[in-house]
Design a protein. Structure first.
Length: 438
């Protein structure tokens, strides 16, 4: 008689040993990835829970996307949540795309780096002194803006040719080539030159030289009349919650900040710059020793991309909030296994000041690298483009970027200057001196 063997059964101890062995055999990178994913989740959770981050976060590690999640709302009125493929304005991340087109046309011999602007736009003021390179490097002297939000000009539709006409009628900030001065309007002028040099529209050039090579299928040049599927509405953050941003057409930023895209497409662009998809010339021009990085802000949209050798990330948002700055500051630390403290969202009791009290702070405050203008509009103090709220005597807070503004007084009690403490940059050295007459 043949004795039948008993079925083999794993004891609890044996199961535990095999499970532990399996974990030990996992590649170190898989364990590291899981840890980073958990850390990012834990970091973003408190920011989302108080409705101060709305957007998409994408992160890569060792060449692989390990994190891609959406948070918040794309349309607050309808309760539509953001998705991984929601389309956002990417603001000034448009500029390196315009630069990519420029460099490719130069390589093709359709444009010269030292070409004078007057070669392409004959009647541009001082066009015989402004070069294509100056436009690319913000050294043309053309001011940052040629439109006024206060006059409602930024809600109108413009072509590149329209923006050139705007640029012709604003005085230069400095002599061409004299120094650097950030200029979105200069990039709009550059976009028109690219059209003239190629015989194609700026939108067609984006498709040919930027989107198609990188496989960016969800990116487009803004068209205010077109229905853009999955497009997010942009918002400002106030103490009571989300509010609408001013109505803008975004075509006033053509060439400079009018592309709409997804987090994944923005990451593809950064990768393509890094890996030479656009050619060695573009990689050389747009990267440094760390890799490729760019950021943009327009109305309520925020976009930041950083692609380096061992890690990368995109933070793209439709809510102008300092939570974005916290994420941009600390995501690289998480991805590089550096210590990170939990985020500390603002928790202030904002106080209301009288109109007379607020008038005291109005003025221009000049720091070494920038001037901050504080105005009073509709019974609200505004610093730069954003509202500030009182959190104590002479202290104010900007929800837009979590900056703390502290006004410093003279011995006689008058306002002497302004101290600035931001999230990413930290405390700005020195005091922003209040300018005479302000």
């Amino acid at each position: 008689m043949i004795q039948q063997s008993k079925p083999f059964r794993l004891t609890l101890t044996m199961r535990h040993c095999i499970s532990s062995l399996f974990i030990l055999l996992l590649p170190v990178s898989v364990v590291a990835q899981a840890k980073k994913v958990a850390q990012i989740d834990a970091y973003v959770k408190p920011l989302v829970s108080i409705n101060q981050f709305s957007g998409v976060i994408l992160a890569s590690y060792k060449g692989k996307v390990i994190y891609e999640k959406a948070f918040g709302t794309a349309q607050a009125e309808l309760g539509v949540p953001n998705r991984a493929d929601t389309v956002f304005g990417i603001a000034s991340v448009t500029k390196p795309m315009t630069m990519t087109i420029t460099l490719r046309l130069i390589e093709e011999g359709k444009l010269g780096r030292q070409d004078k602007l007057s070669k392409w736009i004959t009647d541009f003021p001082k066009g015989d002194q402004i070069t294509i390179e100056m436009l690319m490097l913000h050294r043309s002297g053309i001011p940052h803006r040629g439109t006024s939000e206060q006059r409602g000009e930024e809600s109108l539709r413009y072509s590149t040719a329209d923006m050139v006409e705007k640029a012709k009628h604003v005085p230069l900030d400095f002599e061409p080539g004299e120094r650097e001065g950030y200029s979105s309007l200069g990039y709009s002028v550059l976009a028109r030159v690219l059209e003239l040099a190629s015989g194609k529209s700026y939108a067609q050039l984006l498709q040919q030289y930027v989107f198609n090579p990188a496989g960016m299928k969800d990116s487009t040049e803004f068209n205010g009349e077109a229905i853009l599927p999955r497009r997010a509405q942009d918002y400002f953050l106030e103490p009571a919650g989300f509010v609408h941003t001013p109505l803008k057409d975004y075509s006033f930023l053509v060439g400079a900040g009018a592309v709409f895209s997804t987090a994944h497409d923005v990451f593809k662009f950064g990768e393509s710059v890094m890996n030479g998809t656009y050619g060695a010339g573009v990689t050389k021009e747009l990267t440094d020793k760390d890799g490729f990085g760019e950021n943009g802000v327009s109305n309520g949209f925020r976009c930041y991309v950083d692609v380096e050798k061992d890690f990368g990330f995109v933070v793209i948002s439709n809510l102008q909030s300092g939570a974005n700055d916290l994420l941009v500051r600390d995501l690289p630390k998480i991805l590089q296994d550096k210590p990170v403290s939990p985020p500390r969202p603002p928790n202030f009791n904002f106080s209301k000041l009288s109109t007379e009290q607020m008038k005291e702070y109005v003025g221009d405050y000049k720091f070494a690298r920038f001037t901050n203008t504080v105005i009073l509009k509709d019974d609200q103090l505004i610093s730069g483009d954003y509202k500030i709220y009182s959190i104590g005597k002479d202290r104010f807070f900007r929800l837009a970027d979590y900056a703390t503004l502290t006004f410093v007084r003279n011995p006689d009690g008058t306002i002497k200057g302004l101290e600035w403490d931001g999230v990413r940059g930290g405390k700005v050295p020195g005091i922003g001196q209040r300018q005479k007459g302000s």
